[in-house]
Design a protein around this ligand. Structure first.
Ligand code: SAH
Length: 352
């Protein structure tokens, strides 16, 4: 680490000492920027495992979902886009499924990724891709076919806590021993609380993710103008709802969000209703959310699994276990959900 980029603990500590307590969102942004920039967190040896890392079927079905919408929309010029592609596994699986779709197999691939470490992994799987720091530089002359899996949960949330003195922003401060702790900010945040939640009991927490809303709005704006379809998959809920969903993950276990800043994956559940509303406000259509298990079944995961088992009979039990993990309500099937955003005149997307 160079002097201009101090370790995140020092950076947060200095910010708190110079400016006072920091909003949770600022803390989460600093923590995750460091976390993702400095490692590949995925898989058994990492901190968490995502759907595309469980099975190739996930990326294949996402790719075919995009192809189906594109086909029924009249096969316009299009770019394939992924937000936060991790190791590039999902896009590589999608591209293999699309390799026999004339008109789409050669579509340019655009990846939005801030982590240099993960860009390197992506380049190994998809050498011809184009990389972007954010969605603003995506192509503006063609339809966008967008996938985002476990991207929005990594974006910062603001938290508000109900106190005797009204709603306050939840902030990060230093305790006497130099450790981070949550405190209530001074300003009154009552006007920012959705009316149905205003009367929550003392101690209740309400979250919003301005970064997620901003990205969804900008993406929906492009899809509204250029045409396209986006499939957003993540764990989350349909708000408004109260609850502290900020969680830390380290080596597949829950970890304290205020310890080892930048070395623990910080996520928050995604409010799909808020994303859908942001998309509709920009004139795009939004569908769902639909539970991941339901969507994968509707998209034909059972048939895909049968075909895979026929070509890999020795792996049949593993393939069944993968389907179970992706679709069962006991595993990822219900907590994970999918939201679709489409442009005007585009068909109702498959599975929704
Ligand atoms: N989609 C992948 C990886 C999920 S992890 C999968 O399903 O396996 C989150 C991904 O989002 C990582 O690639 C991370 O580097 C990226 N990311 C996190 N914050 C980002 C931001 N603000 N802009 C762009 N990419 C971001």
């Amino acid at each position: 680490m160079t002097a201009s980029s101090p370790l995140p603990f020092e950076r947060v500590r200095r910010l708190i000492e110079s400016e006072g307590a920091l909003p949770i969102a600022t803390y989460m942004a600093i923590a995750n920027a460091h976390y993702y920039a400095t490692r590949d967190p995925l898989g058994r040896l990492g901190d968490f495992t995502t759907a595309p890392e469980i099975s190739q079927m996930f990326g294949e079905l996402m790719g075919l979902w995009l192809a189906d919408s594109w086909h029924r929309a009249g096969r316009p010029d299009a770019a394939l886009v992924e937000l936060g592609p991790g190791r590039g596994t999902l896009m590589a699986d999608a591209l293999r499924a699309l390799s026999r779709v004339p008109g789409l197999s050669k579509a340019p691939v655009h990846l939005v990724e801030t982590s240099p470490t993960l860009r390197k992994a992506q380049r190994q799987r998809i050498p011809a891709a184009h990389w972007h720091d954010d969605i603003a530089s995506l192509p503006q002359d063609r339809a966008l076919l967008v996938i985002a899996n476990e991207f929005f949960d990594a974006l910062p949330v603001r938290q508000f806590v109900r106190t005797g003195g009204g709603w306050r922003e939840r902030m990060v401060a230093l305790d006497g021993a130099g450790r981070f702790m949550a405190v209530a900010g001074r300003g009154n945040m009552d006007p920012l609380i959705p009316p149905p939640l205003a009367d929550s009991p003392d101690g209740a927490i309400v979250e919003t993710s301005p970064a997620s809303i901003a990205i969804t709005s900008a993406l929906a704006d492009m899809i509204q103008r250029q045409g396209g379809a986006a499939l957003i998959v993540d764990y989350g809920y349909e708000g408004p709802a109260a609850g502290d969903t900020l969680q830390g993950m380290k080596e597949h276990r829950y970890a304290d969000v205020f310890s080892n800043v930048g070395d623990v994956d910080l996520t928050a559940h995604v409010d799909f209703a808020a994303l859908a509303e942001a998309a509709r406000l920009r004139g795009a259509h939004a569908y769902g959310p639909v539970e991941q298990g339901v969507l994968l079944e509707r998209l034909g995961i059972a048939a895909r699994a049968s075909a895979l088992k026929q070509t890999n009979p020795t792996r049949a039990a593993d393939i069944d276990a993968d389907v179970e993990r992706l679709t069962s309500a006991m595993a990822m099937g219900s907590l994970f959900k999918a939201l679709a955003i489409t442009g005007p005149g585009w068909p109702i997307p498959g599975g929704f």
